[in-house]
Design a protein around this ligand. Structure first.
Ligand SMILES: [Zn+2]
Length: 342
């Protein structure tokens, strides 16, 4: 899953700091707010990104334009009720009376039931939460929900780096390795809503290494941010190098060990994603998450390993950085809310 940014500054857009004003828009007749004057007033929805540490929300127009972002801590220790209250509070803080709310949340989400199927220890008790109905009770407007990485892919396909593409594979490399597959513009959830967990592909570079899922040998165990930092330490790197951001800074300065560690993780990921591309034949592959800000010492071996894996008809398949930064998931979630209104 996307984690904290490391390495080179991705720029204001990728940091989610862009304060794009949402221009008033005339909504379709079906979503016009009722008003005594009969004059249409701008209709907006709210997009929300619920993560294990923080929750972000913004008003989003029907063209995907994003208003100022409100970010609050996610009160996971208070349990699901506290998290739902925090989400509702963030939406209310936006003002603007959104006509609907879309939520991208950590965890495996069933968008049809509107509930959390399962979640990691990062969000205790989150599994089983009736996300949609709980928020509809608190906010009094329709709510649409999906997983945050799926929402990220939808956001990029709406207004970001995959704009207009129909078949998109998103790879999110941060504290874990996650992903999402869009087919004909829609999320492929799979039979159990688990589709997209590409961090748990077996790769030879990870043989014997424990994975967060309880298994061993999965690409997340060599390619995720914490795995890269751990590999640097295992290889004899200085204990003063506190995190992956510091490893990436060393690699950018030409440090051989830091560069080799980043390259090993990137190559493993690149081969795995290249193999997936052969299976799926997407329009493009998007790469996002904090690790994707590690710069050329990570991107170059990733691209080389990816390209080497591709079948000849896929030789020109783009491997593209995500464009929307930290707003991607809330934009995609807002798109789900708009879809529900139309
Ligand atoms: Zn695993």
């Amino acid at each position: 899953m996307p984690g904290p940014a490391v390495g080179a500054d991705p720029g204001p857009a990728a940091r989610g700091l862009v304060r794009t004003a949402v221009a008033p828009v005339h909504a379709p007749r079906s979503v016009l707010a009722a008003g005594g004057s009969g004059r249409p007033r701008p209709v907006l929805v709210a997009g929300v990104d619920v993560g294990g540490t923080k929750t972000s929300a913004a008003l989003v127009g029907p063209d995907g334009a994003v208003g100022p972002v409100v970010t609050v801590p996610t009160p996971v220790s208070g349990g699901p009720a506290a998290v739902l209250a925090a989400v509702a509070g963030a939406v209310r803080a936006l003002g603007g009376e959104p006509a609907a709310v879309g939520v991208g949340s950590a965890g495996v989400i069933d968008p049809v039931r509107g509930a959390v199927v399962s979640a990691t220890e990062a969000m205790p008790g989150w599994a089983g939460t009736e996300l949609r109905s709980g928020l509809e009770q608190l906010l009094g407007v329709p709510v649409a929900v999906d997983n945050d990485v799926h929402a990220h892919a939808l956001g990029e396909a709406w207004t970001g780096a995959a704009r207009g593409a129909r078949c998109v594979l998103l790879v999110a490399v941060g504290t874990g390795v996650g992903g999402s597959l869009l087919i004909e513009g829609r999320v492929h959830h799979g039979a159990r809503r688990v589709a997209g967990h590409l961090g748990h592909l077996a790769v030879p570079e990870a043989t014997g290494l424990p994975c967060t899922c309880g298994g061993t040998g999965h690409v997340e165990a060599v390619a995720a941010g914490p795995a890269l930092h751990a590999a640097y330490r295992r290889a004899g790197g200085s204990p003063d190098v506190a995190d992956l951001r510091a490893v990436a800074a060393l690699a950018a300065d030409g440090d051989a060990l830091a560069s080799a560690v980043l390259a090993t993780g990137a190559r493993a990921l690149g081969r795995a994603v290249g193999g997936l591309a052969n299976v799926l034949d997407p329009d493009l592959v998007l790469i996002g998450g904090g690790v994707s800000h590690c710069g050329p010492p990570w991107w170059e071996p990733l691209r080389a390993a990816f390209a080497a894996e591709l079948l000849p008809p896929l030789a020109e398949l783009p491997l593209t950085p995500c464009a929307l930064g930290t707003t991607a998931a809330l934009v995609g979630a807002a798109g789900l809310a708009w879809h529900g209104l139309r």
